[in-house]
Design a protein around this ligand. Structure first.
Ligand code: MIC
Ligand code: SF4
Length: 644
């Protein structure tokens, strides 16, 4: 049977389960990546698994998120990560070397291989034809220990790109168009594969912008073919040996097909506060802009920043705008410096930040009160910028550059002729900020600062759950709502007790104290609960606060898996009316829960309202066993580590 790219890669890596849609499969993971904000917990969990060295082909630990060092915490975590990397045979990308996804694309990504990362934008690697999947830190730790990674066999959507992009219209506009059509839940349970005549004109960084933001569609992954363009990119990186051609077979069958005519696209933005609130510039209106932020793992490439410098040439940033620029990697920053582009940017008034996530995760550069920020990033969830009442527009580099000059949202096509990228451009490859694993290593001691606390444990699932509804929320609740980021909270990622104080802070700032007072709780939610980040802390901290189950209309993939990993039951409403019947403080009783979990439907008694209702689950037997054990760590300790 002719295969899609997705099927080819999965077939080659399938180690458990059957080739059947929506059933659980286990795949072998070739490479892993972690970043510092999720990495400390992932490595604490790796330590708890008791292996002596990672069993993947390659694992990399990046430091890119928590780089603002307001206190000792982040610096301590960096030191911990470096010492773990050296003990376990893991590459270490030092702070200052760049954002994990950009560096991985440049230095390690490989067509046809699998990559599991403790960050939701791991599918960025799909720009190279590599199957990148985001997961919670514990899943990544287990994969590093050499066990399979489990996921539901995805459906595959084919997106055919026809024609050519017009000047001033870019890859970001393409993925925003897809978000407009499919919404933030349109990709859940699916891999998005690109093909068509338009593919060959997209560079690898442009492809990576598109696969990166597949995460915003909720997709499991996104994939481009590996072709001559891929080879050229790898050659530029001195890595042509990593290349292999990869394309779908003729006649491959897809679950859904979409065509995008590239010449019909125009510059787009995602309006506050969701990546799918997509509008044309005209529809968005001539909004006054206070800040423009360039960079992130979506648009931090050389070409993106070069475009900004061309637009800004001989001009200075609008007096009402603060322009901040964070290159995606040290390679990009070095190359920009060599080519005089950095000089142009500084002379135009750009505020240059280190190559890291920075403002994207609220690590500094929060916009002013009620301000508007135009960002080349991928998420504009409320409060994520660090300013609660700021409005963030997501845009491509052309729209963001136009805003930096005019001080308003404006159509870049009015800026005149589109600049031409110099044909002789080369990138500086310098791996001295990457520490390679030492084959003959001696494991010196792992260095732990006082902010690193032991991982809280969980007990076995009881026979009966008696818990109060602690919160009722609507659709599309993000993990930023559940467990916020930002410079105040992120340094606490390895201290769950301290972190748990901030759970649901922006929705109900008394949530943590209520949870502690009540003891056992349930969350009630609408559709797509837990979209966004892969942070397992959005399950681990609620577990610490006594949350036993989440009942939702539907879940985002990574968060649902994280709930299972920490022993919280993800349950689905059978009838929407039952969602409307539940109120905060209702006391819910699930009798014989262990027994009930064996079937797909579960009866819940609402003791407060004297009602009964049914919910369902889509958990595999393996996942039910994990929940019964109180989470994946307990389960793995009991059942010994599986091998690929
Ligand atoms: C994000 O973009 O939200 C993050 C920060 O990169 C997260 C990971 C985290 O919360 O540490 C992600 O996307 O998974
Ligand atoms: Fe970093 Fe932002 Fe990318 Fe997340 S989305 S990895 S915070 S740059």
């Amino acid at each position: 049977m002719p295969d899609s790219i997705t099927h080819k890669i999965i077939k080659e890596h399938l180690v458990k389960g059957e080739w059947k849609k929506r059933t659980e499969i286990g795949i072998k993971i070739d490479q892993t990546l972690t970043q510092d904000a999720t990495g400390t917990m992932a490595y604490l969990q790796l330590e708890a698994l008791g292996i002596d060295r990672v069993r993947t082909e390659l694992s990399v630990s990046y430091v890119d998120h928590n780089t603002l060092q307001n206190g000792f915490e982040n610096a301590d975590d960096h030191r911990y990560l470096q010492s773990v990397a050296s003990c376990y045979g893991i590459w270490f990308s030092r702070p200052g070397n760049g954002i994990c996804h950009q560096v991985h694309l440049e230095r390690f990504g490989s067509p046809g291989k699998t990559l599991l990362g403790s960050d939701s934008h791991t599918p960025t690697a799909g720009g190279l034809g590599m199957l990148g999947i985001g997961a919670g830190g514990l899943d990544v730790a287990v994969a590093m220990a050499g066990a399979p990674f489990y996921l539901d066999m995805p459906e595959v959507i084919l997106v055919k790109l026809e024609g050519k992009l017009s000047p001033w219209v870019g890859a970001k506009d393409l993925i925003l168009e897809l978000l407009r059509r499919l919404s933030v839940k349109g990709g859940v349970g699916k891999v998005i594969e690109y093909s068509g005549s338009g593919v060959k004109d997209l560079s690898v960084p442009e492809r990576a912008t598109i696969t990166n933001m597949g995460a915003e569609l909720g997709a499991t992954s996104s994939l481009f073919p590996s072709d001559e363009v891929t080879l050229e990119f790898l050659r530029e990186q001195g890595r042509e040996n990593a290349w292999e051609p990869l394309e779908a077979d003729k006649g491959a069958v897809y679950d859904q097909e979409i065509t995008i005519e590239l010449n019909k696209l125009e510059p787009l933005v995602a309006a506050p506060h969701s990546p799918d609130a997509v509008k044309t510039i005209e529809q968005a209106g001539s909004v006054s802009v206070d800040q423009v932020a360039f960079g992130s793992c979506t648009n931090g490439s050389y070409d993106d920043l070069w475009l900004l410098s061309e637009v800004m040439k001989d001009k200075v940033v609008h007096p009402g705008v603060s322009l901040v620029v964070a290159p995606g990697s040290r390679q990009v920053l070095l190359s920009l410096a060599r080519d005089g582009i950095l000089e142009k940017l500084v002379s135009s008034g750009a505020r240059i930040l280190e190559p890291a996530c920075g403002p994207c995760i609220g690590m500094g550069q929060a916009p002013p009160s009620g301000g508007v920020s135009v960002r080349t990033f991928n998420r504009n969830f409320p409060g994520r910028s660090g300013t609660k009442d700021a409005g963030v527009y997501l845009a491509g580099p052309a729209v963001a550059a136009a805003a930096a000059i005019t001080g308003r949202l404006s159509d870049p096509r009015k800026l005149g002729e589109y600049p031409r990228l110099p044909e002789t451009r080369t990138l500086i490859v310098d791996d001295r900020m990457l520490i390679a694993p030492d084959i003959d290593r001696r494991c010196d001691k792992i260095i732990r600062g006082p902010n690193i606390k032991p991982i809280p444990g969980n007990s076995l699932l009881p026979e009966t759950i008696k818990a109060k509804v602690l919160l009722v929320v609507g659709d599309n609740i993000t993990t930023d709502h559940i467990m916020p980021g930002g410079s105040k909270v992120l340094p606490l990622r390895s201290n769950i007790e301290a972190l748990s104080e901030f759970v649901f802070e922006s929705i109900d700032h008394e949530f943590a104290s209520k949870a502690r007072e009540i003891g056992e709780g349930v969350i009630v939610a609408g559709d797509n609960y837990g979209q966004g980040s892969s942070r397992e802390h959005a399950a681990l901290a609620p577990m610490f606060l006594g949350i036993k189950a989440v009942i939702a209309k539907s879940f985002a993939r990574i968060h649902s898996a994280n709930l299972v990993n920490f022993g919280i039951i993800p349950l689905l409403f059978c009838e929407t009316a039952d969602y409307n019947n539940l109120s905060e403080k209702d006391c819910l009783i699930i009798e014989n829960v262990r027994e009930q979990l064996r079937s797909k439907e579960i009866l819940i008694k609402n003791d407060t309202k004297g009602q009964k209702f049914r919910v369902k689950h889509t958990l595999s037997k393996r996942q039910v066993d994990i929940i019964n054990e109180g989470g994946l760590l307990n389960y793995t300790r009991k059942n010994k580590l599986e091998k690929n």
